[in-house]
Design a protein around this ligand. Structure first.
Ligand code: HEC
Ligand code: HEC
Ligand code: HEC
Length: 126
């Protein structure tokens, strides 16, 4: 097989070419901003992985249950009760919309319009 060398070179060029996006992204993944988390020993309503993936569904569920069914409390998987309120529960611990909610949403480019009506906590200016 006289052209094995060429085939191998071809394969190597192919691999390098198609993995360029991967190499270029290596640095960026680390550069994703981290949301500022509460500094005390509190825990979120549900565990962190669940919150990261499903907080929108949870908020939606809270809104529906509060407004349509007039329920007040949410019981989490450990049996702990929380008042279902964006302002009075979530934002009591996550005291900055800019440093928490916005920091992720800017990266994934989503702009939930909740704050047209709900009042975000006052930002502490440094
Ligand atoms: C009692 C305080 C408290 C309340 C109430 C609370 N959180 Fe949290 N939340 C935390 C803490 C502490 C963490 C970080 C947990 C960890 O890293 O182990 C967290 C983590 C999260 C995360 C994941 C952040 C990441 O790093 O990926 C999201 C999203 C989140 N919370 C949204 C919410 C929303 C939405 C609500 C209201 C439905 C809420 N939280 C209510 C304390 C709270
Ligand atoms: C750890 C990162 C992270 C944090 C912190 C975070 N979010 Fe999100 N949020 C996301 C992601 C990812 C999505 C999904 C975007 C998509 O579907 O395109 C999202 C979507 C949402 C949506 C649905 C948007 C829509 O248009 O349907 C709402 C509502 C929301 N987040 C509320 C909040 C609130 C309120 C906070 C602060 C208390 C918060 N999020 C904090 C990552 C985060
Ligand atoms: C057009 C105005 C408006 C917008 C936009 C809006 N809300 Fe609301 N929301 C309300 C009103 C009014 C109530 C009822 C307040 C009450 O029952 O105390 C409410 C109640 C809620 C509740 C339950 C009660 C509480 O204190 O939080 C949740 C949770 C909630 N909204 C989440 C959201 C989320 C998440 C978004 C963004 C995706 C959003 N809302 C956008 C007007 C709005």
């Amino acid at each position: 097989m006289y052209n094995t060398g060429k085939v191998i070179v071809g394969i190597i060029v192919f691999i390098i070419f198609f993995t360029i996006p991967f190499w270029l992204n290596l640095g960026k993944v680390k550069a994703l901003p981290k949301p500022e988390l509460p500094k005390d020993e509190t825990k979120c309503v549900e565990d962190t992985d669940y919150m990261r993936a499903y907080h929108m569904q949870l908020l939606h569920e809270w809104r529906t249950r509060k407004i349509r069914k007039m329920q007040v409390y949410y019981m989490n998987h450990e049996g702990k009760l929380y008042i279902m309120s964006l302002q009075r529960t979530c934002m009591k611990c996550h005291t900055s919309k800019e440093k928490f909610c916005d920091r992720c949403h800017q990266v994934v480019v989503t702009h939930p319009d909740c704050w047209r009506c709900h009042i975000a906590p006052e930002e502490v200016k440094k």
